[in-house]
Design a protein around this ligand. Structure first.
Ligand code: AMP
Length: 294
């Protein structure tokens, strides 16, 4: 069977496109022999300023930057948006070239998952609750593909966004538990002018949905201020839930306050340590997530 037509490469003065593990390995091997420090930034593409801020952080902390662009089928449930997830390989190439990434690694699904692929990597504890409860298949898919990407690229550092804060905690636990020799760096969330966290999925929103979406960060911020002022966790969580309903979200998966490091629930009384506020809600059949430090 012939493979689908690939977009022709735009003029790239720096960026190299790599589609196979063996080519990636060979390049990484050359860099290693030259004593260079290597960074990996895993993404699902349709890149925006949030992704590019990760690449900039990677560049500031390494000599060579690999950005993987792979819409990982393993982390989508059958009814989710795998098929309609935005893809823009040409646009991604141009953006990555502009910010000075060295390699865009774009493996095919067959390159990542052989027909009898039968291994999965599962992290318990921090994966439970929040997105782990709402999307039970999700973190297993993420941890499996991130383990593979780390083993394929063998980077010294890997950069993840605080936008997906639970994912960041899960990846930190994964590399700690499996002794993977990589340093995980966290990048702050990049936001639109009204505070909406940038996300590839924002492209799904109607004008109305976009307005509603812009209220999620307002509710999170209000909750964080109330908690910092000593209000009880239970009351603040209830108010946050109500704020999202009033803003016009269709369904709310969660509005929760958790320990900032362990992600454990914090009871209902006032806070006694560092916490983070988390929300996930639906508008325009689109699931949006965000979080805020207290
Ligand atoms: P994704 O392509 O959505 O899988 O995201 C790839 C990486 O970019 C993850 O580490 C995300 O946390 C990070 N990311 C996504 N959106 C943002 C944002 N608005 N600000 C900072 N990092 C982000």
């Amino acid at each position: 069977m012939s493979s689908p037509a690939r977009p022709s490469n735009p003029d790239l003065d720096h960026l190299i496109i790599v589609r196979t593990r063996s080519t990636l390995r060979a390049r990484v091997e050359n860099w290693r022999q030259a004593g260079l420090r290597i960074a990996l930034v895993p993404t699902m593409g349709a890149l925006h300023e949030g992704h590019l801020s990760l690449v900039k952080m990677a560049k500031a902390n390494a000599d060579k930057v690999i950005v993987s662009v792979f819409v990982n089928p393993l982390q989508f449930a059958p009814a989710e948006d795998l098929e309609r997830y935005p893809r823009d390989e040409q646009g991604d190439m141009i953006k990555l070239n502009t910010v000075g990434a060295d390699v865009m690694y774009v493996p095919d699904p067959e390159e990542m998952y052989t027909p009898n692929f039968s291994t999965s990597v599962r992290v318990d504890d921090v994966s439970e609750g929040l997105c782990g409860a709402a999307r039970p298949h999700f973190f297993g898919g993420v941890t499996t593909v991130v383990t593979k990407l780390l083993l394929q690229a063998l980077p010294d550092i890997a950069v993840f966004g605080e936008k997906d804060y639970q994912q960041l905690c899960v990846i930190r636990r994964l590399v700690r538990d499996l002794d993977i020799p990589v340093e995980i760096l966290a990048a702050p969330t990049m936001r639109e002018h009204d505070g909406l966290a940038m996300s590839s999925r924002n492209a799904y929103l109607t004008d109305h949905g976009r307005q509603v979406a812009g209220q999620m960060n307002v509710a999170l911020k209000a909750a964080a201020s109330a908690l910092a002022a000593g209000e009880a966790v239970g009351r603040v969580a209830d108010q946050g839930w109500q704020d999202l309903m009033d803003a016009g979200f269709d369904t709310i998966d969660y509005f929760e306050i958790r320990d900032a490091e362990t992600l454990e629930p914090l009871g209902t009384g006032p806070l006694s340590g560092p916490a983070r506020v988390f929300a996930a809600a639906w508008i325009d059949k689109t699931r949006l997530i965000d979080n805020w430090a207290v």
